[in-house]
Design a protein around this ligand. Structure first.
Ligand code: FES
Length: 245
């Protein structure tokens, strides 16, 4: 990681603010120097008139139109600097390992231990995904996990409901994902089961490094399997958390 990428979003925002303040200081400093120079030239002209000497060339006056034009240009420059800085600060986490980049979810052994011990998928708030155990079988000629969305028996699922985007929690009693907004339900593999969702939960690509780190690429969303896909044949384990609508 380069030193620049090592900066936090707060540091970047502070740098931008300092730059903006500096721009203001330079702008007003130049304006002040110009007015002082004009004042000195006016004083010199008055002295020359008293002594009967030829007057030095008079400073070119700034017209009202020119003043407003310069003010407008300065305002646009300052606004652009602030907007650009704010945008950069907003996007900075994506450059440093936030959602939208490759996220290290942790060691494979730890993730599997969490899933086995708690009967829950592993959840990454930073990456907005769940990791589930997955050993589904292709259906006919179609392998819904062929796009690199599985590795070492695990699969990351995007937390976003594919109906209208609500975050989908996991229901421990049914062992399915159940959306609280309109009741869509997905099995443990994120395959569509019930409700208005048009297909299964979307996925992300995953790899496991030589050191056992689980790396999930959240830059690209892989479309979930279509309705009807059922590679794990896993009915709900108990009552639903969200009533069927
Ligand atoms: S947003 Fe999930 S069912 Fe509508």
């Amino acid at each position: 990681m380069t030193p620049l990428l090592a900066l936090s979003s707060g540091t970047v925002a502070a740098i931008v603010v300092i730059v903006v303040i500096d721009l203001f200081a330079i702008f007003f400093g130049l304006s002040f120097a110009r007015s002082r120079r004009a004042q000195r030239q006016a004083d010199a002209a008055a002295s020359a008139a008293i002594l009967g000497e030829p007057a030095p060339p008079a400073p070119k006056p700034v017209s009202r139109r020119e003043f407003f034009r310069r003010s407008l240009v300065a305002s646009v420059l300052v606004f652009s600097a602030e907007f650009g800085g704010a945008t950069l600060a907003f996007l900075w986490p994506n450059l440093r390992g936030g959602f939208g980049s490759v996220i290290n979810a942790g060691k494979l052994d730890d993730i599997l231990a969490f899933i086995n011990d708690n009967d829950l998928p592993f959840y990454s708030g930073t990456g907005r995904f769940y990791i589930v155990k997955y050993n589904g079988k292709p259906e006919g000629d179609v392998d819904y996990a062929a796009e690199g969305v599985t590795a070492e028996g695990i699969m990351p699922l995007y937390q976003r409901c594919v109906h209208l985007g609500c975050r989908v929690p996991f229901c421990q009693q049914s062992q399915w994902f159940e959306c609280p907004c309109h009741g869509s339900k997905y099995n443990t593999a994120g395959e569509y089961k019930l409700g208005p969702a048009p297909h299964g939960l979307d996925r992300f690509k995953v790899t496991v490094s030589e050191t056992g780190d689980v790396l999930v690429d959240t830059a690209e969303v892989i479309l979930g399997p279509p309705r009807g896909a059922d590679t794990i044949k896993d009915p709900p384990s108990g009552p639903f958390c969200v009533a069927v609508q």
